[in-house]
Write a protein that binds this ligand. Structure first.
Ligand code: DGL
Length: 271
């Protein structure tokens, strides 16, 4: 039903999933990628579970129509609810939270911090999944009320860097200075887009970007099912957004996505 040339779908509330798309482009440069960011309704982290599920189903229908051979839920907030929609897709659906929890298992550290949206933190999905994969780890989860939104609006804008820095500082200093975490999981896909800011403000703090593991997971699935695209051409990246195509074009380039084949507007669902 799927072919090697079928695209891989990537969804997020906004531009956060670009951090996943760039890891997939690096590991699987011949795969065709279709990205959908719900720029009109971002951020998701301050919505209710019911609203998040409604918006997610709208994106699932879009991806089903595109005939994706795998769907990467490149949004931790949406991944927390995966058990409620996974079976509605005809392809495998991969969770970035599961990827993050699996990656923690292999770390040689004891005390791990997780920063995420408030919704993700409220579901306890990271502590629960890490607890299953690596019961010896101590996990301290912290919800950041506004950081995803600050990143969404300011990535790639020199005049927005001070706002990003202030929010990173506010959310991380307790975990680093008081809790003395040994590693911090970036439990929202927007955060790896400002990894440089975090390194500058907290030099020496080890960071874990779940996207790395997610890219390996999709490769393992494609290899297992004989679906790796081994054609001669570099893969396409077609980006769709319910927000501004112009903004997405600028930000995709700033965060290092390459190639970007097209950026198009897709009508948002009305909540
Ligand atoms: N990038 C999303 C995540 O990983 C969420 C940001 C949001 O819309 O609140 O959770």
């Amino acid at each position: 039903m799927f072919s090697k040339e079928s695209p891989i779908g990537i969804i997020d509330s906004g531009i956060g999933g670009f951090s996943v798309a760039r890891k997939v482009q690096k590991l699987l440069p011949r795969e065709n990628l279709v990205y959908l960011g719900d720029g009109a309704n971002t951020p998701y982290g301050n919505h209710t579970a019911e609203e998040i599920l409604t918006m997610t189903r709208y994106m699932l229908r879009f991806m089903e129509e595109k005939g994706v051979k795998a769907l990467l839920v490149a949004c931790n907030t949406i991944s927390c609810l995966i058990d409620q929609y996974r079976d509605e897709m005809s392809c495998p659906v991969l969770s970035v939270v599961q990827a993050g929890a699996d990656a923690v298992k292999d770390l040689d550290v004891h005390k791990v911090g997780v920063i995420s949206t408030c919704f993700t933190a409220s579901t306890h999905c990271y502590p629960d999944l890490i607890g299953k994969a690596a019961p010896d780890k101590v996990v301290i989860s912290h919800g950041c009320p506004d950081l995803a939104n600050v990143v969404e609006r300011n990535v790639g804008r020199p005049e927005g860097q001070a706002l990003i820095d202030a929010d990173v500082q506010k959310n991380l200093e307790g975990l680093v200075r008081d809790e003395q975490i040994e590693c911090c999981v970036l439990g929202c896909t927007h955060y790896p887009l400002v990894e440089e800011n975090i390194h500058r403000l907290f030099p020496g703090l080890r960071l874990l970007d779940p996207a790395e593991q997610m890219a390996k997971d999709v490769l393992a699935y494609l290899e297992r099912d004989g679906l790796v695209n081994d054609g001669p051409q570099p893969g396409r990246l077609d980006i769709f957004t319910t927000g501004s195509a112009e903004e997405y074009t600028m930000k995709a380039e700033k965060v290092g996505l390459d190639p970007v084949t097209s950026v198009q507007f897709y009508p948002p669902m009305k909540l």
